[in-house]
Structures are given as C-alpha cells and as structure tokens.
Design a protein around this ligand. Structure first.
Ligand code: WT7
Length: 641
C-alpha cells in the first residue's frame, strides 16, 4: 500500500558530516540571499556565457514573462563551446551504453564536433531559425546531438518519446508544423526492436508539412527509404565541416516545445525559451546534485520527457558534467542491469523515479547486493510522490545509508526543479520533497487563493515567476492562461494537491485534475477516453487512476458498448491493445470494465468519484447527485465479480 502524503514516522535524515563538509552549498544563508529573487537569478544567469547581456532581468505582464530580455545567448554554445578551453575539452561529456552492451564515449570536443557537423547538415537541408524539428529517437548519443544541433541554429526541437504511437507522433508533428523529422531505423527494447522509422512512415501519411526525414542506423533493421524525402544520418554527415558558428538567439527565443498531457484529448505543447530556462536548469542541477568535476552523473529518464531535457541534456552539459546515458531497461538481460552499470562506470549520482525504486524493491535486494555500489554518493527521485517505504529502501539498499536523497518536485511546465532538498543543508523527511529552491516561491492555497493552515490539504501554487517557467502553450495563449493562471490571477496553478507541515515541508499528494500519473508519466483521462470511443464497439468510456503498488497509478477504464456488441474477455483485450496502438504502450489500461451504464449526474456529467470507489473496492460514497441508481447497481456487480 502506498502511503503518500502521510507524515513519516521517522525523524528527519541528514547528510553525513563528510558529505556536508564537501557540499557545494553548505550555508543555509542561500535562502535568505535568494529572497532578493531577481538579484539571485541575475547573478546565476551571469555564470552562463552570453553574446550580449540582458537589458531587464524580468518583465512580468501576468501571465506572460520575459526573463533576461535583450540578452543574446545560445544553449548549445553553453553546453559545448565554453568547455573547450582548458582541460574540459578532453573530459567525457557522454558515456553511453546500449541495450546490447555496446559502448561509446564522447569527450566535450567530440560532442562539439558532432553537433557542429549535424547543425551544418540541418542548415543544408533547409532548416532555418525558428523552424520546429521533431525528434523521435532511441536513447542514443545522436539524440543529444540532434537536440543540441537544433539549439545551435536556433531551431526549436520537439522531442516525441519513442514509445508513442504513429497517431500520437502525427498529432505532435501537425501541431508544431514540423518540416523535418529526425529518427532511427529502430530502437532496442528488451531484445526486440521497436520500428521507429516504420512508425514515422505511418505518421507521415496524413502530414503535409514534413519535407525531410533523417534516419540514424541504430539496429540495421530493414526499412523503407523514400528517395526524395529520407536521408541516412551517416550519409549526410560525410565530409561535413565541423565549423558551425552558434546562432546568437534571443534569451526569449524558443529552445524547445515538449508535449504533455492535459485535461482535454489534445496534448499541450509546452513552450520553453532559452536564457531563463538555461539559468534555471544549470543552477538547480549544480546545487541540488552537488555537482563536482569528477562526478559520473546518471539520470535514467528518457530524452522524450522533461527530465531528459533538463537533467540529462541541458543542465548537466551546461555544467560540464560527465553524463552516463543508457539505452536499455533495468531488467534486460537481467534484473541487476542498473547496478552492474553503476559499478562498471563508477556512477556517483543516480536520479530515477519512485516507480523504478518500487520495482527494484519487489525484485529484491539481492540484485543490488551482487554489485559494488560504493561509488554512489547522492540519489535523486522524481515524477511522483515517493512513499516512505520506497524512500527507506532506496536509502538503505542503494545508497548504503550513506547517500542523501533529493526528492525533487517539478513539472514539464516548470522546466526546472522547484521544491527539493539541498543535500548539504536540508534535513530530509522520507516522503516529503521538503522546501522550495532558493529564489522560488511556492505555497499551498485553497480554491479561492487563501493559504491553508499547516497540515491542511490544498493546491500547489507558485506565487512568483521563475526563470525556467513555460512561456505559453504552443499556438494557444488562451489555454495557457486558463489552465495555469485562471484560478488565481498572477499565481501559477500546478494541478497538484499537497500540504505543508509545521516545519514548512511540502508533502505532495498527487494530481487534482483529470490527469493520471502512471509510472511518473502523465496521461490525460480524456486522451484514453477518446482513443477508446474511436473503437467501433465503444459507445462511451470513462477512465480513472487507480492506486498501483509499483506504477503509483494505473489506468482503469469503464466502457459501455454499442448495440450489437457483446461483452467478452477477447473484446476487453482488443480494447486494451487498441489504446496502446492509438497512444503508446504507457497508456494501455490495466483494467477495462464493460458495463451497461456509467454513473452520471442529471446534467449528464460522469461521476468519476464513484468509479474510483468501485475500482478501489471501497464502499460507494454519496450518490445523491446520480441521475439513475441502476448504473451503480450494475457497477457493483463488477466489484463483486
Ligand atoms: C507531475 C508532473 C518533473 C519531471 C517528471 C514528471 C508529479 C513530479 C514529483 C515529486 C510528488 C511529483 C506531480 C507533477 N511529480 N515530481 N517529487 N513528488 N509528485 O513531469 O510529466 O510534467 O508531471 O508529476 O504530480 O504535477 P510531468
């Protein structure tokens, strides 16, 4: 059972004296210093390399912010060029291991050369500043090269997670009006190959904007190559000059768009810009992960998610960190793969998700015990609330009771970590993401915008703008305003329920909107529902998140059938497969219940609360708003069956 949001029984945990002594941030005075927010962030921004300094630190016309406006900067330049003077040129930027055990290392110099060459390729293929490039790739160094090459020429990238279906990919390409897609022939997945290029071909069937596709040969899979449209990466990279001056982009130019699920069926293109984003991710990465020059830092997130963008690519590379990148999964070929990698590469910092930790717990401690994990000195957690049991297991069995754990709360929209310990100074409480980062203002408010009392549940609000904040939803300022700033004008509504304890520590409970957090990934109920109703057998569908001891939440769907269709296990299987094919495997419902009727109010609104009660096997609460009791009677038979 997960007991998120409850207070831990333990006393707080502190980093060891040894850790504290060496910690980058060891003076709690930083919180006070950062009270002068703009001065703090300006001082942090000044540690980056700018072509031209900004005119204003912040222009805030709620809800539209401009950070470091007037400044000229390039994200790739900050990740690469500035490390080339001196000894960092030969420092490893990326250490890569593929699923099959193949390895590659790129120094900062080598990564720079590769990025410059690929940036030249993109320019030759007609990509201009401001053109959105869609990236649909496995976790291989070329994915990072592609992102940085886009950044170098001022072309925003839109990375689409390689697990998404052709339909999901198509929607994102269309929304962004991409003219070019970068992909690979395939991607290794537990000994099989996911056909990425085939998915691209399918997605492009109803796309008119895409003119070029670049394909990395990762697996040798036999694929279809269109002579006019498709180019092999290894062909176009031949004889290309490694000299490519970085575009002097405006601080407020778009660095990337990243799609995330919302409460409607249409994913939101979250827009991040350059100067503020880079300031936010570099600072948080350095301070929270206590980055030292000899660290081997491993963030297990895929580049298709914000964690991959901020803490696998832009944060660490801006800081000149050695990043370990892994293509595979924790259980292939064996369930100790992560621990084998930690000891093989001497990983010092590991940043992963509670769902992974709970999976490791289930597999048992004998897997990590087989390996020497003594190189680890700091652990991180992200994506969902970490239950105290998982926290303790991580602390004991992975961290050897030696490593502080940073439980980092943030979102695709926030771009950077917002609520987190600073490992050298913040006392940790298992299950709490602790306190807002210096220079960040967060509170728990009620619906009308009043702060709630200690230990009372309310909603997470960010009450002052922050440098890495999203600037808008791509092409939809209204949705941006309504979704995040409609509740409390001038204050950001995060969509999470939470409370603050007497020590000012934040305890996140989870999403309060119609978004399900499956293994740390956001899936909109509306997206799953619209996939279901596209199936010919389905009349109506309603989805909810159900507690799950590994995934955090799992998707449970309630479906009514059209006339002429008969409920069967085969149909249930078919519907699950249909959702996976429409969106991607992460959206496959764990349970689908076929029912004659859904519980609705008299105005026809589905009462999800009742569905949650049914799914969790709880007694059904208040039913007075129900239009028709018979729906519940039918559902109750599901519960008992
Ligand atoms: C949602 C954001 C941020 C990177 C990964 C997910 C939940 C995230 C925590 C945490 C409790 C967390 C929230 C948030 N969440 N980190 N440390 N403790 N909950 O990004 O897909 O944008 O999802 O993930 O519910 O709103 P995302």
């Amino acid at each position: 059972m997960i007991s998120t949001g409850t207070h831990s029984l333990q006393n707080g945990f502190n980093a060891s004296e040894e850790f504290k002594k060496k910690a980058l941030i060891s003076d709690p005075g930083i919180y006070e210093t950062a009270e002068d927010r703009l001065a703090f962030w300006a001082e942090r921004a000044a540690t980056l390399s700018w072509f031209k300094t900004w005119d204003t630190v912040l222009e805030w016309n709620p809800p539209f912010a401009k950070w470091f406006d007037g400044g000229k900067i390039n994200a790739a330049y900050n990740c690469l060029d500035r490390h080339l003077e001196g000894s960092r040129a030969d420092k490893k930027a990326i250490i890569f291991e593929g699923e099959n055990g193949d390895t590659r290392e790129l120094t900062y110099q080598e990564l720079y050369d590769e990025v410059c060459k690929f940036a030249n390729v993109l320019r030759t293929l007609g990509v201009k500043k401001g053109d959105v490039v869609t990236i649909y790739m496995p976790m291989i160094p070329e994915a990072v090269v592609a992102m940085l090459a886009c950044a170098r020429i001022g072309a925003p990238h839109s990375v689409v997670f390689g697990g998404f279906s052709p339909d999901a990919l198509r929607d994102r390409i269309n929304d962004a009006h991409s003219k070019i897609v970068i992909t690979a022939d395939g991607s290794y997945r537990r000994g099989k190959i996911l056909p990425l290029k085939e998915n691209v071909d399918e997605a492009l069937q109803n796309v008119t904007t895409v003119e070029k596709v670049i394909i990395v040969n990762r697996t040798g899979l036999d694929i279809n190559v269109c002579s006019e449209r498709d180019f092999w990466y290894h062909d176009v990279m031949k004889d290309v000059s490694p000299v490519c001056p970085a575009e002097e982009t405006d601080a407020e130019d778009i660095l990337f768009i990243l799609y995330t699920s919302g409460t409607t069926g249409k994913p939101k293109g979250v827009v991040h810009t350059t100067g503020g984003y880079l300031t936010g991710v570099a600072t948080t990465h350095e301070y929270i992960f206590d980055i030292k020059d000899d660290d081997v830092y491993w963030c297990t997130a895929d580049i298709g998610w914000i964690t991959g963008h901020s803490y696998l690519v832009y944060g660490p590379l801006t800081n000149g960190t050695t990043v370990f990148m892994f293509e595979g999964t924790p259980d292939y070929p064996e369930k100790d793969r992560y621990w084998e990698l930690v000891s093989k590469y001497g990983v010092t910092i590991l940043y992963t998700a509670p769902t992974a930790i709970r999976t490791f717990m289930k597999w048992g401690q004998h897997y990590p015990e087989k390996h020497n994990l003594s190189s680890l000195r700091l652990l991180g957690s992200v994506g969902e609330p970490i239950n105290p049991e998982a926290w303790m297991w991580y602390y004991n069995h992975i961290g050897g009771e030696r490593c502080p754990i940073v439980d980092t709360w943030w979102q695709t929209e926030t771009g950077m970590i917002m609520i987190t310990p600073l490992p050298g100074i913040t006392e940790m409480k298992p299950g709490s993401c602790t306190v807002p980062f210096p220079g960040i203002k967060a509170e728990i408010l009620n619906r009308s915008g009043q702060p709630v009392a200690h230990d009372e549940v309310g909603y997470v609000a960010i009450t002052e703008p922050w440098p890495a904040m999203l600037r808008t939803i791509y092409g939809d300022d209204k949705r941006y305003k309504d979704t995040y700033w409609g509740n409390w004008p001038g204050r950001y509504f995060a969509g999470d329920g939470a409370k603050v304890d007497g020590d000012g520590y934040f305890w996140i409970i989870g999403r309060v909107d119609d978004v399900i957090n499956v293994s740390g990934h956001r899936i909109g109920t509306a997206e799953v529902e619209s996939a279901l109703v596209e199936h010919s057998a389905v009349a109506e569908a309603a989805c909810i998140g159900k507690n799950h001891d590994v995934k955090g939440q799992a998707i449970a769907a309630f479906v009514t059938l059209r006339e002429g269709y008969v409920a069967s296990d085969i149909l249930v299987q078919e519907l699950k497969n249909h959702v996976a094919a429409k969106i991607g495997a992460i959206a496959r419902p764990d349970e689908i219940h076929l029912t004659p009727e859904l519980p609705k109010t008299r105005s026809g609104k589905i009462i999800r609360r009742i569905l949650r009660d049914i799914a969790e096997g709880r007694p059904i609460g208040d039913t007075t708003t129900l239009a028709d009791e018979s729906a519940v009677i039918a559902l109750q038979s599901i519960k008992n069956s």
